[in-house]
Design a protein around this ligand. Structure first.
Ligand code: ZN
Length: 277
């Protein structure tokens, strides 16, 4: 730990899902202030529970910056009515991201609709959904950050699986679009270096956590940075070479860490952010 060659990562941000079993958003805001963590990235469930206005004020009063709002997306649905509901929800998410002054709205784009085997159709729904909300996002000044998810979650969470795919969409969507790069989802990709270079300044968020071996759950068994096999500083160096100067957001979906005392988790995250991120 703490090799002298380790360069300083961008400021730490706490993604609230990391302590979601024990802390609401108010606890997270107070916890960040108490532990000297300068950034926060709320999920919308805890945001709604606290109230958007109250949350925005409390975050401002605590001097925290918002590295992202999680999440919009989920554009895929079995019928047109379902897709319209998704668009309405994304428009609300854009308003919320604007109210929080969030650096971006993170997009988890959606998997296959129930019973469907039409992956091309699902990808078309994602593309259409993104096109439909971009004007709203641009008007609100909210960056839409497409987060490619590991292909193991393709069926149930996101048919957007690689950084290359996300950037193809950004090329179409233009101004106001970017990518959220989560090391958990992209570390395995042989094209990562080339695609990060291609992304350049379009990287809107950098999410850190780790891949455990063996992993026991495809979604809910993430490790803290340093517990697994991902070269986090190596990926961060690629991202910074393209000009990224934003937060290093720690986002841990883990039944194991959810069971731990959140103050302990925040201390661990601070230490690991300083030494292995
Ligand atoms: Zn993420």
């Amino acid at each position: 730990m703490g090799a002298p060659s380790h360069s300083k990562p961008g400021p730490l941000s706490l993604n609230t899902v990391t302590v979601k079993e024990r802390w609401g958003l108010k606890d997270c805001i107070e916890g960040c202030a108490r532990h000297g963590i300068p950034g926060i990235s709320p999920w919308r469930d805890v945001l709604h529970a606290m109230g958007v206005k109250q949350a925005a004020r409390a975050i401002r009063d605590a001097g925290l910056s918002v590295s992202g709002l999680c999440r919009g997306g989920m554009f895929t649905a079995s019928d047109a009515a379902g897709r319209t509901v998704a668009l309405d929800d994304n428009r609300r998410a854009i308003e919320e991201a604007h109210a929080l002054g969030a650096a971006c709205l993170v997009m988890v784009c959606g998997g296959l609709p129930p019973g469907s085997k039409d992956i091309d159709g699902a990808r078309a729904m994602v593309r259409d959904g993104l096109h439909a909300i971009m004007d709203d996002a641009r008007a609100a000044g909210v960056t839409i950050a497409l987060e490619p998810l590991h292909p193991m979650t393709c069926a149930d969470r996101s048919v957007l699986s690689t950084l290359g795919q996300a950037l193809d969409l950004c090329d179409e969507l233009g101004e106001g679009s970017g990518v959220a790069l989560d090391v958990y989802h992209v570390w395995w990709d042989p094209a990562l270096r080339e695609q990060v270079r291609r992304a350049g300044s379009r990287i809107a968020a950098f999410h850190a956590c780790d891949w455990l071996v063996p992993t026991t759950d495809t979604v809910l068994d993430r490790g803290l940075p340093g517990e697994g096999v991902i070269d986090i500083p190596g990926i961060r160096a690629m991202v910074e070479a393209g000009g990224y100067r934003g937060h290093t957001e720690v986002e841990i979906l883990s039944r194991r860490w959810w069971a731990a005392d959140p103050d302990h988790v925040l201390r661990e995250i601070k230490e690991r952010h300083a030494t292995v991120c």
